[in-house]
Ligand binder design. Structure first.
Ligand code: GDP
Length: 296
């Protein structure tokens, strides 16, 4: 089956010339296409089910407006439910706390965590006029610490000097203390990434959280990894508790399924979106854009 979801829905419902209200049959035919498109976009099965239920609820019996075709009417309902599920626009990073406000960055290795840490630090410095300190807690990968320091120089944000032999919790405490003494507004803690969701990683992140009481715990997840991103979000939220999500690689050809699933499964807002490798390629989250990607 070719064409975008919008085209397919218009096609399926084009035979309906009558006006009035949408019947259960019309809606079921449309929902089969919606379901297929969501699965193609790599949306988690449980989310597809609850999503199609919501569309059915709104669509069956809905009056078809005089000005639109039944297809357009269903497309509008699907679009509305997509936007509702994706959550509101303009979720911002919170600062409503005594400075230095700790922000904990968590996620799997390769998700774009360190890059996103620097991107956010740059944005907070330039747009919000905050004085930001960044620290890498990746004790097992000196290269990751160096990467953050290099990015710090690039974006003009201070990084905590590296001291060998300290644990992640010790570095985190040192960072918060240095930020307090240095009059910083925000201290960004870039936790160690791991290839898989192992228990040691979760335990370390939980300990850092307990030691620093962060105002934000942001999961960085790669939009291109689809269902894996959803499992990662679920695991981090259950073990550590998230306040928001940063979705990276939205410049790639992801159909937006990860965004929809992560929001639906965790209930946590997608706060920012990574749109490239460069340090200023960071965007606010716009639910309507993701809805457009899915609907086409
Ligand atoms: P980490 O291991 O999670 O800290 O990941 P890094 O921050 O080192 O990023 C891994 C790779 O992904 C690097 O090459 C980044 O430049 C790249 N990257 C990060 N965010 C994005 C994004 O939004 N879009 C694209 N295209 N690449 C990204």
């Amino acid at each position: 089956m070719f064409g975008t979801l919008s085209e397919r829905l218009s096609g399926i419902l084009s035979g309906l010339t009558r006006r009035g209200s949408l019947t259960e049959e019309d809606v079921n035919a449309a929902l089969r296409e919606v379901r297929r498109a969501l699965l193609e976009a790599d949306v988690a099965l449980e989310v597809v089910r609850s999503f199609t239920d919501k569309v059915r609820e709104r669509a069956v019996g809905a009056e078809v407006l005089k000005s639109v075709t039944p297809g357009q009417q269903v497309i509008k309902i699907v679009n509305d439910v997509l936007i509702d599920t994706l959550g509101g626009e303009g979720e911002v990073i919170g600062f409503d706390a005594v400075p230095p406000v700790p922000i904990l960055m968590v996620g799997l290795q390769g998700s774009g965590k360190t890059t996103s840490t620097a991107k956010i630090a740059k944005r907070l410095t330039e747009r919000n006029k905050k004085k930001v300190l960044m620290a890498s807690l990746d004790t097992r990968r000196p290269a990751a610490m160096e990467q953050l320091a290099i990015l710090g120089t690039q974006v003009g944000v201070q990084t905590l000097p590296i001291v060998a032999g300290q644990s992640a919790v010790q570095i985190a405490r040192r960072a918060v203390e240095a930020a307090r003494l240095g009059g910083y507004d925000v201290v960004m803690l870039d936790t160690a990434g791991r290839v898989t969701l192992d228990d040691t990683l979760m335990e370390e992140v939980a300990q850092v959280k307990a030691a620093t009481s962060p105002h934000e715990v942001l999961l960085v997840a790669d939009a291109l990894t689809g269902q894996d991103a959803v499992n990662t979000a679920r695991a981090f939220d259950a073990r550590v508790g998230l306040t928001g999500i940063v979705l990276t690689r939205m410049d790639g050809d992801s159909r937006g399924g990860a965004a929809l699933s992560m929001r639906a499964v965790t209930g946590k807002p997608i706060k920012l979106v990574g749109t490239g490798e460069k340090v200023d390629e960071l965007d606010d989250f716009h639910p309507s854009r993701v809805a457009n990607r899915i609907l086409g």
